[in-house]
Design a protein around this ligand. Structure first.
Ligand code: SAJ
Length: 437
């Protein structure tokens, strides 16, 4: 029996031991899904507190309730360690570690390299290694394969390697691991086959593509599509402003087209740890190939200019009240990077607050999901309590994140001036003068 067949048998009989490296918002849901599919799952994370909490059956990820995690830990189906050597007994390893940007906007591959080196060191004959982290095309070929070849393995015969982009959308009530289709691309057809069999145990729909590079590009197309379309609609907002046209009305109109159109909405900028970052992994790689990814660069330029555009809107709005930003009391409502999440990574709100402060404004924020933020300049700012007085004493209220919990009528009835960057107060009217983005 070939090594591949032995692995396939273990996968089909659920006797394979499944490893997951990186137990965050991607790795933990994946580990739980594999454990519920019947595998014994071994998790590895560098965070001892996370490992300890998981081994006590306590979840630290909103999308994985403790009631779901605890029985798997209790039954021994799922356990975790900070020590990579536990993966010596794993038949498969899915690597789900962060791929952020450095301050220089270049990819920070340190987490991927560190985990791949650790996994390669404990890799054994018959192991399947899959990288899930969003990264530039060529990563699997350039970072994983050489390290395994150096250990004498033959890809597709005694070791199997694939890329399969993670598609976890935190706090998405509709889509989770099992019902979000998964793309897998193996280094050889045998690698694609075994990774497809593994993922079909945890995901209803698996699409096999011809290479890890194709699979890496699938993810980048998905998120570049969003970044570029958000950049387009932000530029539409700038153009509509020049034309004296309500961009939100224009989008409402365009969205009636039942085919060939997908609405995106203008906003104060592009936040989150995916959309602003993933396309820059692609443009970075293409620069090395002497190609300038113009759409990505232009979208990034427009999206990163939105915070300043918002601050200029505030300045003009205060000016109409014969006030300057300097010395004005400004309340920012919502600092999370998007509605109803408790994450401020890359949030444009931080840029808006910094720019207002640079112009001498007295800025406070209220966000029920975000207790405190660290601003670019290093200052720690805490969310102030929401109250009638907070609004009534503000020279301007700026809606940056339109959390569903906000009572927009109350905001309109107690504010004098509102700059609404999310069209959140539409179509209500109240005491406040509302300036749309
Ligand atoms: N944004 C706009 N206008 C829009 C849509 C988004 O300004 O029309 C802003 C948001 O306010 C936010 C940023 O863009 O600051 C990113 O928003 P997002 O809706 O893309 O949310 P993310 O960053 O959580 O993206 C994730 C991605 N999921 C994965 O990568 C697995 C993305 O592919 C999903 O499409 C997205 O969630 C989603 O649809 O929720």
């Amino acid at each position: 029996m070939t090594i591949k067949q032995e692995l396939l048998n273990r996968l089909n009989q659920r006797t394979a031991r499944v490893g997951v490296v990186g137990l965050g918002y991607v790795g933990l849901p994946l580990a739980v899904e594999f454990a519920e599919a019947g595998f014994t799952v071994i998790g590895v994370d560098v965070s001892a507190p996370k490992v300890e909490q998981l081994n006590q059956g306590e979840s630290y990820i909103l999308d994985v309730p403790t009631e779901r995690l605890a029985p798997l830990v209790k039954s021994g189906k799922l356990s975790a360690s900070t020590d990579y050597s536990v993966l010596r007994q794993a038949d498969t390893v899915s690597i789900c570690v962060p791929t952020p940007l450095r301050k220089t906007k270049d990819p920070d591959m340190s987490y991927v390299i560190e985990s791949v080196e650790a996994v390669s060191a404990v890799a054994h004959e018959g192991m399947l290694i899959i990288l899930e982290s969003t990264t530039y095309p060529g990563t699997t070929e350039e970072i994983i394969i050489p390290r395994l070849k150096n250990r004498g393995f033959t890809l597709g015969e005694d070791i199997f390697v694939a890329f399969s982009p993670e598609r976890v959308d935190p706090s998405n009530p509709q889509y989770g691991v099992r019902n979000t289709p998964k793309v897998v691309g193996g280094v050889t057809p045998a690698c694609t086959e075994v990774s497809g069999v593994l993922y079909r145990t945890a995901v209803d729909q698996v699409l096999e593509v011809s290479s890890p590079t194709a699979a890496e590009m699938v993810k980048l197309l998905e998120n570049t599509f969003r970044a570029v379309n958000i950049g387009l609609v932000n530029e539409m907002a700038l153009m509509c402003d020049k034309l004296g046209v309500d961009v939100w009305e224009v989008i409402r109109g365009a969205a009636t087209k039942p085919f060939g159109f997908m609405p995106f909405y203008p906003g104060p900028g592009l936040g989150g740890h995916c959309i602003p970052i993933d396309p820059l992994y692609l443009s970075w790689k293409l620069k090395a190939l002497n190609y300038n990814a113009r759409f990505i660069e232009l979208a990034s330029e427009i999206n990163t200019s939105m915070p300043l555009y918002v601050v200029n809107k505030v300045s003009l709005a205060l000016n109409d009240d014969s006030k300057s930003i300097k010395g004005s009391k400004i309340v920012v409502l919502g600092v999370a990077y998007k509605r109803d999440v408790n994450d401020v990574r890359e949030s444009p709100a931080l840029d808006v607050i910094g720019l207002l402060q640079e112009r001498g404004a007295d800025v406070v924020y209220h966000d029920p999901y975000i207790e405190q933020v660290r601003l670019e300049a290093g200052e720690i700012m805490r969310s102030v309590d929401y109250s009638d007085t907070l609004l009534e004493t503000a020279d301007c209220v700026v809606i940056v994140t339109d959390h569903s919990v906000f009572d927009w009528q109350h905001v309109l009835d107690h504010s004098r001036l509102v700059v609404d960057t999310r069209h959140a107060t539409y179509p209500r009217a109240g005491r406040a003068r509302v300036v749309p983005l």
